[in-house]
Write a protein that binds this ligand. Structure first.
Ligand code: NAD
Length: 497
């Protein structure tokens, strides 16, 4: 039996020209009429111009979102919202290849990855469609005297701002749009300035599926302008933010004016721990791709790779061989494992850390160079492994957000847990072992929102993930996430006489 042919990706027609803001169901220019370039990170070439939204545009979008929230959308039933989500899913799947190509061209990830993103979004949308009953009213028993009936309402919060990073914008927007549509909220999305195109293309799909005008609005622009205005806007009830810890702190401050609810998913420096008894055939590629996936631009990448000393040498050798076999290239080209970094700024940042690793005494075991030749125009870095890293080195402490692994040796469970938790972050972690007791002890001992055992990085939208410490707060995924878009109201009704 022959397997169905995978289509060759094509450069999407959507690219090029100027893109506008999506407010109240219409495409509009920024109030100031300004634009900025967005580039393909694989070539450094400009692929479109984006509207430079600012405070006045955010205000227009929030007004549109509020009007939609108070309009007919507020009377949609859970079943109607569920049907809408399922229609979006159906329509999105018809445009799957186009959406994956746009995302790849805009932010660099290999097309195999962005095709999987579309499948993941489909799963997420169907999960959110299953939660539309979360906004509900139930009766409760009470202990009040007299004949009092108690109603428990869970009602939609209102207007939610979604501030999205560049490392996976098409999927990332669903952490805001999904629960908003499930609960009857409305939203204003502020995509990252480096990667906005898949979100803009998605707006037409939402409209075609029947999302009412003003329910989802999109304001592109810079973080310090459009992002800051959204975080501070008094008409926004909640902000859902993913990005750096530093920006997260600014958002906390900006949101204080009207005490917005916040969901913050910030940086990480996650430990991935390999014990000598692990199946190294699985642990080497698993732990490596736990960092190299998306060229290391994932918040919960397991960048501190602790390897038990007795297998350290063998592990590093295997890691070298595995890294050397990975194909780095343009995301639309076939067989590519790692695409470029998002921007020249991110490239400089990663190369700065690579230099620092060498200077501070880590041994460069693989990679470490920017790629030239036909990739010279883009922001490509080899998958990089540092061995013999000390927990005190900068590369083991700060988030690099690039394809850089720090291998740190350890001897005992207690020692490795101490080192694993010696970080300001608490997002992810991993453990590779055949021993169930070790798996249990270590997964319990790592102080982080999510721990993977004998695997790394998969997230089920129905279960979700979150962080602690400086990695932020507010769970993403699962019913708890949907319910964070609701507020609670009790009605005590005297029904005597
Ligand atoms: P960032 O935090 O600056 O940007 C994320 C989003 O926030 C973007 O949409 C941006 O426009 C917006 N933003 C920026 N400043 C803002 C402000 N003052 N108010 C409101 N919104 C604002 O992240 P970055 O500059 O793109 O990347 C810097 C570092 O952040 C990366 O190197 C990485 O360490 C980390 N990062 C983490 C994630 C993650 O998923 N946790 C994602 C992207 C970046």
């Amino acid at each position: 039996m022959s397997t169905p042919a995978v289509p060759s990706p094509v450069r999407p027609a959507f690219l090029g020209g100027s893109k506008q803001l999506f407010i109240g169901g219409r495409w509009v220019a920024a109030a100031a009429g300004e634009e900025f370039d967005t580039v393909d990170p694989a070539s450094g070439q400009v692929i479109a111009r984006l509207a430079r939204g600012a405070a006045a545009d955010v205000d227009r979008a929030v007004v549109a979102a509020r009007a939609a929230f108070e309009g007919p959308w507020s009377r949609w039933t859970p079943l109607e919202r569920q049907r809408l989500l399922l229609r979006i899913d159906e329509l999105m799947l018809k445009h799957a290849e186009e959406l994956a190509s746009i995302e790849t061209t805009d932010m660099g990830a290999p097309i195999t990855r962005t095709r999987n993103t579309v499948k993941w979004i489909s799963q997420a949308i169907r999960f959110f469609a299953s939660c539309t009953g979360a906004a509900t009213t139930t009766t409760a028993s009470n202990s009040l005297p007299g004949n009092v009936m108690t109603l428990n309402h869970k009602a939609p919060l209102g207007v939610v701002g979604g501030i999205i990073p560049w490392n996976g914008p098409m999927g990332g927007q669903w952490w805001t749009i999904g629960p908003a549509l499930a609960t009857g909220c409305t939203c204003v999305i502020k995509p990252a300035e480096d990667a906005s195109l898949s979100i803009l293309r998605f707006a037409d799909i939402l409209a075609e599926a029947g999302v009412p005008d003003g329910v989802v609005n999109i304001v592109t622009g810079y973080g310090s302008e459009a992002g800051a205005a959204l975080a501070a806007h008094p008409g926004v009830d909640k902000i859902s933010f993913t990005g750096s810890t530093e920006t997260g702190r600014r958002i906390v401050q900006a949101s204080a004016g009207n005490l917005k609810r916040l969901q913050l998913e910030l940086g990480g420096k996650s430990p991935d721990i390999v014990f000598a008894d692990a199946d190294l055939d699985a642990a080497v590629p698993g732990a490596a791709m736990g960092v190299f996936a998306n060229s290391g631009q994932i918040c919960y990448s397991g960048t501190r790779l602790f390897v038990q000393r007795s297998v350290q040498e063998e592990f590093v050798e295997r890691l070298q061989r595995f890294s050397a076999g990975l194909k780095v290239g343009k995301g639309l080209d076939p067989g590519v494992d790692l695409g470029p970094l998002i921007s020249s700024r991110q490239l400089d940042r990663v190369m700065h850390y690579v230099k620092l690793g060498g200077e501070q005494g880590a041994r460069l075991a693989a990679g470490g160079r920017r790629l030239g030749g036909e990739l010279a125009g883009g922001y490509f870095v080899e998958p990089t492994v540092f061995a013999g890293v000390d927990q005190g080195m900068t590369i083991a402490r700060e988030e690099i957000f690039g394809p850089v692994i720090s291998v740190i040796p350890f001897d005992t469970v207690d020692e490795v847990l101490k080192m694993a938790n010696d970080t300001e972050y608490g997002l992810g972690g991993g453990v590779w072992t055949r021993n169930l007791a070790t798996a249990h002890q270590v997964s319990q001992g790592i102080r982080a929102g999510v721990v993977w055992v004998n695997c790394y990085g998969a997230v089920d939208p129905a279960v979700g993930f979150g962080g602690c410490k400086m990695s932020g707060y507010g769970w993403k995924g699962g019913l708890e996430h949907v319910e964070s878009f609701l507020y609670r109201k009790a009605v005590y009704m005297n029904i005597a006489g």
